[in-house]
Ligand binder design. Structure first.
Ligand SMILES: CC(C)(COP(=O)(O)OP(=O)(O)OC[C@H]1O[C@@H](n2cnc3c(N)ncnc32)[C@H](O)[C@@H]1OP(=O)(O)O)[C@@H](O)C(=O)NCCC(=O)NCCS
Length: 157
């Protein structure tokens, strides 16, 4: 899978990564968190791809979760996160590229996602990677915050 920046690798997660995934979720998100039971279910599901970025000396530095639906050519990036200590090093961009590759490998024509309207870092990540805003959703999040929906076409590259 993708490798970038140096010494950081992106691979499919396994059940052995469960503890680290849950710890990262706690570090990266203050609400709308994925529970341990949800991660366990997604790791075992053909309808989800759980990706992680790791470095030999630092362990798990980031994760991404993509959902697929039978009969749909749209994949959904449900979550992406870089550990606070690893941010600004291209890890989010690597995870996003790996999520797109996973969706392409399943024959999906586009990847969609929602993002809080105040999440400047995530919107920067998506827009730099070529996502375009296609809609808005008032009160989308647990705390009532609004969301933008973004989409990127996944023509073979
Ligand atoms: C959003 C997030 C995943 C970005 O991860 P990252 O590893 O720091 O991102 P990268 O270093 O790969 O940055 C890639 C691009 O994203 C944009 N970006 C990243 N951080 C940014 C910031 N703080 N402000 C503006 N743009 C930013 C930039 O365009 C950057 O490219 P550049 O460095 O060439 O300018 C990270 O900030 C994070 O985990 N946030 C908390 C969880 C979250 O909000 N996830 C998204 C919603 S599910």
């Amino acid at each position: 899978m993708a490798s970038n920046p140096p010494c950081t690798f992106v691979r499919a997660a396994t059940s052995a990564d469960l503890d680290a995934l849950v710890a990262l979720e706690l570090q990266a998100f203050s609400g709308d968190r994925m529970s341990r039971a949800q991660y366990r279910r997604h790791l075992a599901s053909l309808g989800a791809a759980v990706l992680i970025a790791e470095a030999p000396d630092d362990g798990l530095l980031g994760s991404a979760l993509v959902f697929f639906r039978r009969g749909s050519s749209l994949a959904r990036l449900y979550s992406i996160a870089t550990a606070p200590a690893g941010r600004g090093r291209g890890i989010g961009a690597s995870l996003l590229a790996a999520a797109e590759a996973a969706a392409r490998a399943r024959g999906c024509r586009a990847l969609r996602l929602e993002v809080r309207v105040d999440n400047v870092a995530a919107m920067g990540l998506y827009e730099r990677a070529g996502y375009r805003r296609i809609g808005g959703y008032p009160g989308y999040y647990e705390d009532g915050a609004d969301a933008w929906r973004y989409e990127k076409g996944l023509a073979a590259s």
